[in-house]
Design a protein around this ligand. Structure first.
Ligand code: 13P
Ligand code: SF4
Length: 328
């Protein structure tokens, strides 16, 4: 039986997979036995966040992956995040419980087209968002995340010309704050571009005491309405330190789990999308990771992130540069 093929094609779950509390205990036992840690992004399912050793945004997860002493990292997130963990910890085994967990934003910047774009626009420093493939990272000078993008851009001399990829919304947000010469790749995330300004305005009318908070991947009209803009960890920190008690959340609603754990008495309302009939603000890729898949991934130590050595070396330069500017 080719477990890796099965996991890849179907998100393999074997018949002996325990259920309920037994499943949680079995995952904990496997982690102890194999010296493994589970890192989870804050968009993951609540129960996945609860079992993780560490939850956070993409920068915090990269920092954690770089410093862990574990032999195995189980990444509860999407493919580019697990790939980044592998680049930062090449000697460790990095597992992604479902290899189908992709990212529409990373996919909006294919490596061959990006290579052409760089060639057509010479003399610019290439800053890429962490939501990119290892190939795109290898073509980039510096990587950034949503929490350090402004800092990374501002670390360059004022007259330096920049290519920024792949998110046009984050790119335009950073450009508006820094005033830098930035040529921006026209990519975006399907989750963050579907929020409806009209329906958010309606919601705000019904809840005038609510603050609107948004991820910088949101479109400009949503960002303009926001009382606070930040990465997922920055949004979570904002609601826990802010004096208010009601928030409209314009990002993937997985973040509400940590917000509620911090402040059970506060009210968190997911921002509505254009389509009132679907839960379109959920990132289906993030939600592909389940406890059952984490258990099977730990048990079989598959599917594993494997990267070509040369590619890994090239991609690590731009990530290391980010870590130096941003702090490890
Ligand atoms: P963070 O940098 O806030 O973790 O965001 C990553 C992401 O995928 C947002 O959609
Ligand atoms: Fe990618 Fe968007 Fe999902 Fe974030 S929310 S992982 S950018 S598809």
């Amino acid at each position: 039986m080719d477990i890796e093929k099965l996991i890849k094609e179907k998100g393999y779950i074997d018949q002996e997979t325990p259920k309920g509390e037994d499943l949680v205990n079995a995952i904990r036992d496997l982690c102890r036995e194999k010296n493994a840690i589970i890192l989870a992004h804050s968009y993951e399912r609540d129960e996945v966040q609860d079992i993780a050793d560490f939850t956070g945004d993409s920068l915090a997860l990269s920092q954690e992956a770089a410093k862990t002493n574990a032999d195995i990292i189980v990444f509860a997130g999407v493919h580019f995040m697990a790939e980044t963990a592998k680049i930062l910890s090449p000697d460790k085994k990095v597992l992604l419980p479902d290899l189908n967990a992709a990212c529409s934003l990373a996919d909006s910047c294919p490596a061959d087209e990006f290579k052409k774009f760089i060639k057509e626009n010479p003399g610019r420093t290439v800053i890429s968002y962490v939501n990119t493939s290892a190939e795109v990272k290898a073509m980039s000078d510096i990587i950034c995340t949503s929490s350090n993008a402004v800092k990374i851009v501002e670390s360059l001399p004022e007259n330096e010309k920049i290519i920024f990829a792949p998110d046009k919304n984050l790119g335009n947000y950073v450009k508006s704050l820094t005033g830098r010469d930035m040529l921006i790749w026209p990519g975006s995330c399907h989750v963050h571009r579907q929020f409806s300004v009209e329906r958010i305005v309606e919601l705000k009318k019904q809840n005038p005491d609510a603050k609107i908070i948004a991820h910088p991947e949101c479109e400009e009209p949503v960002r303009i309405m926001a009382d606070f803009i930040g990465s997922t960890s920055q949004l979570i920190r904002f609601t826990s330190s802010d004096k208010g008690n009601k928030y409209i959340i314009a990002t993937e609603p997985g973040v509400i789990h940590q917000m509620k754990l911090n402040d059970p008495e506060k009210i968190f309302i997911p921002a509505p999308g254009h389509d009132a009939t679907c839960a379109c603000s959920e990132c289906e890729f993030m939600k592909m990771i389940t406890l059952e898949k984490i258990y099977n991934s730990l048990k079989y130590e598959k599917p594993e992130i494997i990267l070509d050595k040369n590619l890994l070396k090239k991609a690590s330069r731009s990530i290391e540069r980010m870590m130096e500017i941003s702090g490890k």
